[in-house]
Ligand binder design. Structure first.
Ligand code: AMP
Length: 399
């Protein structure tokens, strides 16, 4: 680990300002529907409390766009967190200002204060230096445990860190960095990446970086059709991204220049009338998609081909569903791949899943606990694996 962590600093009797990611999903009634992100921060919070720090937590929730929005208040999270740590958590109605300062000043060692949604202030995403300075008043030292926002240079992730001599990673951040960086540096081979989802443009940089490090890249989901388009195949009404065609072609050429086949594209496709209309559903070979139909899932032969590559792997990275998995009719390919990755984990392979929709697919199948590491940061994990520096990580003290 190239960054200092909570273990490397003195916490007793000190005020710790910690950025956490409490961006949890809420129901229409305002209840927390999944508290995974809150639980993920518990090891850092418990450790700092045990060591005698008073803890001020700062987080965002949703996208209030710089406006106070009662529906995106973190108050409900403060209450829930109190239940998890079995100690009441104090709450400040604003993340800066006299009330928050008073509450922070009255904290005793081991006590926790959660500040209101930091994105109620537009200065947060603008990384405003004065706003960052105000946040910095809450701590003698700073920790960042919010891996999910580490790819953003915001006031609470980057600007604030400049005000501290000691800027350390929390344990969730440490685990994410160690796991993802080890994929790039020392993967046990064969290393197979499975990529899917719809947004091809944001993932080509990642595929490019992975090409040099993995043994195979299996590409499914909506992004496969831009690759097919790039080699002149008929894709009917399937989703594709015009602007990415040239880059897809370049990546295919680059992959083909090596001694071994590296990029594997689907050999068959499930097609239907539309992504939310399963009439006319059938499986066709790649290149044979009728003009009036769209590709919605990988076909059975592709599942077999991908499974045969995956079953030899010792390291697997998966991002993005193989089809429109939200529609049960089109979820078979994604389910089969998810189950196989879980089986491979049981048999000793190291498996890492990143990206909201692949994680949602795992949750749907109750397989989240059967994967070596499920990343809490979709965008952050992709940028790290793409080889980009994450501002929230770079801002932390080196070991
Ligand atoms: P992404 O955010 O890029 O990982 O994309 C995830 C989304 O891709 C999911 O909502 C899927 O429904 C969608 N998706 C996967 N395969 C297809 C496809 N063949 N056509 C359209 N959308 C797809």
């Amino acid at each position: 680990m190239r960054k200092k962590t909570l273990r490397d600093v003195e916490l007793d009797g000190r005020r710790l300002l910690m950025r956490v990611d409490f961006n949890v999903p809420l129901s229409k009634q305002g209840d927390i529907t999944d508290d995974t992100r809150i639980r993920a921060a518990l090891p850092s919070i418990d450790y700092a409390a045990e060591k005698g720090a008073s803890i001020v937590l700062v987080s965002h929730l949703g996208r209030p766009k710089g406006q106070r929005d009662p529906e995106l208040s973190l108050k409900v999270v403060a209450y829930h967190l109190g239940g998890l740590i079995e100690h009441p958590v104090k709450f400040a109605d604003d993340c800066i200002g006299p009330q928050a300062e008073e509450k922070a000043a009255s904290l005793k060692p081991g006590e926790v204060l959660l500040l209101e949604n930091v994105r109620f202030h537009s200065e947060e995403t603008a990384n405003d230096p004065r706003f960052a300075a105000k946040l910095a008043c809450f701590g003698d030292l700073y920790a960042n445990d919010a891996f999910g926002t580490a790819h953003r240079a915001h006031a609470s992730t980057e600007g604030v860190a400049r005000h501290f001599e000691e800027r350390v990673a929390g344990f969730l951040m440490e685990r994410e960095l160690e796991t993802l960086e080890s994929l790039l540096l020392e993967p046990e081979r064969p290393f197979v990446a499975v990529m899917g989802g719809a947004k091809v443009s944001g993932k080509l940089g990642l595929i490019d970086n992975l090409l040099e490090r993995v043994d195979r890249i299996l590409i499914g989901g909506g992004m496969a059709y831009t690759f097919f388009k790039a080699v002149g195949l008929e894709i009917g009404g399937s989703i594709f991204d015009e602007k990415s065609i040239t880059l897809c072609k370049e990546l295919l050429d680059k992959a083909a220049s090596g001694s071994e086949k590296k990029i594997f594209l689907p050999v068959d496709t499930v097609v239907a009338k539309g992504v939310d209309d399963d009439s006319g559903m059938m499986t066709v070979s790649t290149g044979d998609i009728p003009e009036n139909l769209v590709g919605v899932d990988i076909g059975r032969k592709t599942v077999e081909m991908f499974s045969s590559e995956l079953s030899r792997a010792r390291t697997i990275f998966w991002n993005g569903p193989m089809g429109v998995f939200e529609n049960p009719s089109f979820s078979e390919g994604t389910k089969q791949i998810a189950r196989l990755i879980a089986d491979m984990t049981r048999d000793g392979a190291r498996t890492v899943v990143g990206g909201g929709d692949s994680v949602a697919a795992l949750s749907m199948l109750h397989l989240k606990g059967k994967i070596t590491h499920v990343s809490t940061g979709g965008g952050a994990s992709l940028e790290l694996l793409e080889g980009k520096a994450l501002p929230g990580v770079e801002a932390l003290s080196d070991t």
